[in-house]
Design a protein around this ligand. Sequence first.
Ligand SMILES: [Fe+2]
Length: 239
Amino acid sequence: MKTKKIAIVSDIHANIYALNIFLKYLKNNFQVSDILNLGDFLQLGPHPKEVTEIILKDKRFINILGNNEISLLKRNPSAFPEDEYAHQDWTIEQLGPEIVSKLGQLSKSNILTINKKKIYMIHSRPYSTTAMPLLYGGKSLNDFIKDYDGIAVDYILFGHTHVQALIRYRGNKTFINPGSLGCSKESTVSFCLAEIDSETINFTFKKIRYDNSKLKDDFIKLGVPAAERILKVFYEIEM
Ligand SMILES: [Fe+2]
């Protein structure tokens, strides 16, 4: 069986600079057949339209929704602070109705079989799209694993925490979090690469440092609502 190369990404968060760095890395170093995108590709960033056009057009991408896309599809003003809701309005306006309706066709999870390996794609938890995975909520590894019980797969790919992780559990399930591609306090682009054959999957985590000053400039230039708070909280950049 031929070895298959794939990439795993999550939490692109409307950052076109980070997405382009990742795509260039693949072109030059690791040519993949599939890019598994675990959601939250929108919000907290200034380039929602550019990012969505790429992930919908580039046929290597297999996309699922994260909580940030779901909040755009199912509006709920009482669930968000005013500036966050305004940021959602701005993102929807940038995307336009055609792209928003395409987002509505994506699912919240996906199971793939690649070279006889069963792979589950989920943004966070199987029964909640918004809550943090239990491990990151301070629960034990056992509680964390139990949360994904009943899903008969070999590998569970999740995002949402923005923290890279590989957790092997008693040889029967492996959990992978590729980290956040576009939203980081260290000005890095994080993702995971995998080589799959009939016996094993080899995972390699990547973190590429880049200059995010253009990202900050775009937040200001484009008048992104809640820019000051987002830059401070999610990128540790003071305006
Ligand atoms: Fe998320």
